[in-house]
Each structure stands twice: as structure tokens, then as C-alpha cells.
Write a protein that binds this ligand. Structure first.
Ligand code: NAD
Length: 503
């Protein structure tokens, strides 16, 4: 039996319970249906067939989940950091033990190739380990001294928080938000994306089996405009950590305004990969191809605009097009597959529509530009050339395996093109000139810049975007700044007499 066949057989075994029981919410340690009994259908983009019926929650379910998070909060907050660290390491161990199940289920649910999803499951465990180790120091603050005072700060968990996640690599992304919230001492209500609800259920189950107390992490499934909306409006929720589209971020900001919610937004990107003619072209091309065509291009940090110095433009686009033509598109559980089906037919239609939009704008397709097969949401890796930066294919986040290449003359033009978009999440810069690397990095409007590298993460480093790409930073201590309140205590170090107001 090939590994592919073995994966297909194995995933069916794992899916058995979901097909039979559906996906329930998970509130106060219990699996529960939506109070209304309503469900919605979850499908696989492999062939658009049914995977599971999922609880379609509304405000009543959200209220129950928030109450559970509120009840669990005092004990979780009061728990010694070392004990929280131990529990979160146990969660990481349990994720590692279930990594095969998580990655196979994630692949079939999202269409992401198993070669990437097996790493994403392990990265989920790493996220828990990283923040587990920081749980002990999360409340630490600063001592601020002047001639007459000692001020000291400490941090306290803000309270129950909402974590609202999208459908691209949902397991890994959710752990990146949930692990720091739990390490900080917050309790969580998680609402996963309606297109990819399966692994969120595995996460809460695994965490509780590993020792996370009931009610500390709760799950409500459902649509953004109902369940998501109710969660962001709920007065019991103190902060909303959201990953998704900018448009949704705006809605969440206004929905949370009445209850003065703290928000953290990780939004979209139209990230430039800038290649100067002094760069190592082989490595630059490999990285550009990797950053747009891995994870189906459904990646916020994908390098979706390829800006190439005009002296090497023809050679670079030819090499990228050759690579795109040779990338294997196929079933996500086939270990040979690089690009699997896009998440859902709604999204597939959006991505396909850009082929027409780009052609009508006057760009040419040098690779791909078509659907693959009749069944499922498969799209060929695509390269647009002859494009200008003001075209929609250069300005809008397509969120698929679609790259738009644009030539530039010099540093000034490269920077102007790179910055001329509404987004500012990531930038990739390829040059062997040290001064150029430093000056161009300084001028790029992006929250994260990688020089001579693809997106290789270092978990203590800040993650987040500027402009339309987000508000706030994750990673290292930055995560705790969001999930915690800083409190200052002031002590006089000399006798201090207040001015007497009464005569
Ligand atoms: P989306 O904004 O449509 O949905 C994200 C989540 O928000 C879902 O759970 C959805 O149900 C919920 N939601 C929708 N409307 C809501 C409302 N009114 N109130 C509360 N919740 C609501 O995004 P998507 O299509 O699922 O994901 C793709 C987007 O996510 C892309 O723009 C991508 O760039 C972005 N993304 C960003 C990052 C990052 O770190 N910057 C990472 C991954 C994805």
C-alpha cells in the first residue's frame, strides 16, 4: 500500500466519529449541540463532498460559552505560573502524540497538502511549549525609580477573551493565539472559521485530556455574522484576538465598540518579494516560488508581488514560470502533492475570477491561469507578467497560488512599488549589498521584513502588520501585552506630605 493510500484509509478512520456524531460545541468541558439544534454542512474541497454536520451557534450558545469562561477564570488566573506551565507542556505533548490525526484531518478539511500540514501540527505543539515556558514570568513587570518614589508594575490577565480564526492552517494559527492567552492566565472562547471547523474540536479535546481544566478553553462553531458577532458584542469578553480579512476586522471593531473591547488584528497582505540584480538569483527564485505556491498561496505572508530589477526580470520570471509549471497539483493527502485544492468553491471562484480580471487589465499569464480537473477546487500555480502595480491583481489579496511580477529600475522605484498598496504585513528582500539591505528595509512599510530568506519564524520575534494588515503584535512578550493589563503601584521613598487644601 502506498503512503497516499494509507493516508486515505487512515483519515477515513479518524473522520468516522465526525461523520457520525457531527461537530459539537465544547463548553465547560462538555460536548454540546447548539441550543437551537441547528447545524451547517462542512465539506472537503477535494471533491466538495460532505464531511460533518457542525453546530450552528447563535447568541444563546455564545452566552453559555462566555459564562463557562467567566466561571473558570478566577481559578485559572490564581493558579501558580509553574502549574500552568506544566499543564501547557502536557497539552504540547498530547498534540505531538495526536499530530498524525490532526494533520490528516486538517488536510482533508482545508485542502492543504499533508507535507505542510504535518509540520503545522508539530508547530502547534511548539507554540504551546514556547508560551508554557513564559507562563511563569508573564506577570513580571518593571521597577521604575526616581528620587522620591518607587513605582513597580505587574501584569494581570485581562479576563475571558475571544479568539476568532480563519480557515488557512487553522490548527497552527489557533494555537498561536490560544497558547499565549492561556499562559497569561486568561480563559478563552474560540470561534473557528465555518469552512474549517474540524481541528478546533481536536484541540479542545486534546487540551482537556492533557489536564486543562474544563471551561478554560471553550469552542463555539457557527457563522461570523451570528456566532462571531455575538461573541464580539458580549460584555463578558474583555478582548478579541482576530485573524482574518480587514473588512471583518472593521466590523469587529464596531461590534466591540459599545463594550470597549481591546482588539488585536492580524489581517491580509499583498507582500512584495524584491529581487535586486546583485542577489543570489537561484536562492531568490526558490524562495519566491516557495512563498507563493506553498500552502496553496492561502497564506497571509505569501510573497504575492514579485518585484524584479529590470536587468534580470526576463530570466527571473522565466525561471519562476518553469517552476510553477512543474509543481505537482493534487490530492492533499498524497505526500507528493505541493498544491492541493483551495479551501472551498466560493474561494476557488474568487481566485479563478482574477484570471479574467488580470487579462482584462492587460497583464499576461505566463504559467497556469486555469482550473485543474472537473472535481474539487484545484487551481494551477499561476504567474502574471506584463503587470502594473495599479492593477487589481497587484493591489488585492487573491489568497491563492497566484503571483504578479513587475519590473523596477532602481532602489527608489522598488521601494515606491513595494509601499504602494493598502497592506503592510511582510516584505522579502533579496540583495547581497549590505547597505542596500539596511536602507531598503528601513524604507519598507511592513511589519516584518525578511532579508535573503523566506518566512522563517523565530517565536520570540514580533509578528504582525502595519497599515491595512493589522493592529498589534504577537510573539514573545508582545502577546502578553495584549492578553494582560499592566498595573502600577507607587510607593514614596521619602516622607511625602500632601498639600493641605483645608485651612
Ligand atoms: P474572514 O475575515 O472572512 O473570517 C475570519 C473569521 O472571522 C471566521 O471565523 C469568521 O467566521 C469570522 N467572522 C466573519 N464575520 C464576522 C463578524 N461580523 N464578527 C465576528 N467574526 C466574524 O477571513 P477568512 O476568509 O476566513 O481568512 C482569510 C483572511 O485571513 C485573509 O485576508 C488572510 O490574509 C487573513 N489572515 C491573516 C493572517 C495574519 O497573521 N495576518 C494569518 C492568516 C490569515
Amino acid at each position: 500500500m502506498s503512503k497516499f493510500e494509507a493516508n486515505l484509509e487512515q483519515v477515513e478512520q479518524y473522520l468516522g466519529r465526525f461523520r457520525k456524531e457531527g461537530i459539537q460545541n465544547h463548553i465547560a468541558g462538555k460536548s454540546v449541540r447548539a441550543e437551537s439544534g441547528a447545524t451547517f454542512e462542512n465539506t472537503t474541497p477535494v471533491d466538495n463532498s460532505h464531511l460533518a454536520d457542525v453546530a450552528k451557534s447563535d447568541a444563546a450558545d455564545v452566552d453559555a460559552a462566555v459564562k463557562a469562561a467567566q466561571e473558570a477564570f478566577p481559578a485559572w488566573r490564581a493558579m501558580d505560573g509553574a502549574k500552568r506551565r506544566k499543564i501547557l507542556h502536557q497539552v504540547a505533548d498530547a498534540i505531538e502524540q495526536r499530530a498524525e490525526e490532526i494533520s490528516l484531518i486538517e488536510s482533508i478539511d482545508t485542502g492543504q497538502a499533508i507535507r505542510f500540514m504535518s509540520k503545522a501540527a508539530v508547530r502547534g505543539a511548539e507554540n504551546f511549549r514556547f508560551f508554557a515556558d513564559k507562563a511563569v514570568e508573564a506577570q513580571d513587570g518593571k521597577a521604575l525609580r526616581n528620587a522620591s518614589q518607587l513605582n513597580y508594575t505587574s501584569r494581570r490577565p485581562i479576563g475571558p477573551v475571544a479568539v476568532i480564526t480563519p480557515w488557512n492552517t487553522p490548527f497552527m494559527l489557533s494555537t498561536w493565539k490560544i497558547a499565549p492567552a492561556l499562559a497569561a492566565g486568561c480563559t478563552v472562547v474560540h470561534k473557528p472559521a465555518e469552512f474549517s471547523p474540524l481541528t478546533a474540536k481536536l484541540l479542545v479535546e486534546t487540551a482537556e485530556q492533557a489536564g486543562l481544566p474544563p471551561g478554560v478553553l471553550n469552542l463555539v462553531n457557527g457563522f461570523g455574522e451570528t456566532a462571531g458577532r455575538a461573541l464580539t458584542e458580549h460584555p463578558g469578553i474583555k478582548a478579541v484576538a482576530f485573524v482574518g480579512e480587514g473588512r471583518t476586522g472593521s466590523m469587529i471593531m464596531s461590534q466591540g465598540a459599545a463594550t470597549l473591547k481591546r482588539v488585536h488584528f492580524e489581517l491580509g497582505g499583498k507582500n512584495p518579494c524584491i529581487i535586486f540584480d546583485d542577489a543570489d538569483i537561484d536562492r531568490a527564485v526558490d524562495a519566491a516560488v516557495f512563498m507563493i505556491y506553498s500552502l496553496n498561496g492561502e497564506r497571509c505572508t505569501s510573497s504575492s508581488r514579485l518585484l524584479v530589477q529590470d536587468t534580470i526580470y526576463d530570466e527571473v520570471v522565466k525561471r519562476v514560470a518553469d517552476a510553477a509549471d512543474r509543481i505537482k497539483v493534487g490530492h492533499p493527502l498524497d505526500p507528493e502533492t505541493i498544491v492541493g485544492p483551495l479551501i472551498h468553491k466560493v474561494h476557488e471562484e474568487k481566485v479563478l475570477s482574477y484570471f479574467e480580471i488580470g487579462r482584462n487589465e492587460g497583464a499576461q499569464i505566463m504559467a497556469g491561469g486555469e482550473k485543474v480537473g472537473q472535481e474539487g477546487c484545484y487551481v494551477r500555480p499561476t504567474l502574471f507578467v506584463g503587470a502594473r502595480n495599479d492593477m487589481r491583481i497587484a493591489q488585492e489579496e487573491i489568497f491563492g497560488p497566484v503571483l504578479t511580477a513587475i519590473p523596477f529600475k532602481d532602489e527608489d522605484e522598488a521601494v515606491a512599488l513595494a509601499n504602494d498598496v493598502e497592506f503592510g504585513l511582510a516584505g522579502y528582500l533579496w540583495t547581497n549589498d549590505l547597505n542596500r539591505a539596511l536602507t531598503v528595509s528601513d524604507r519598507l512599510e511592513a511589519g516584518m521584513i525578511w532579508v535573503n530568506s523566506e518566512n522563517v519564524r523565530h517565536l520570540p520575534a514580533p509578528f504582525g502588520g502595519v497599515k491595512g494588515s493589522g493592529i498589534g503584535r504577537d510573539g514573545g512578550d508582545w502577546s502578553f501585552d495584549f492578553y494582560m493589563e499592566t498595573v502600577n503601584v507607587c510607593l514614596p521613598t521619602v516622607t511625602q506630605n500632601a498639600p493641605k487644601l483645608a485651612k
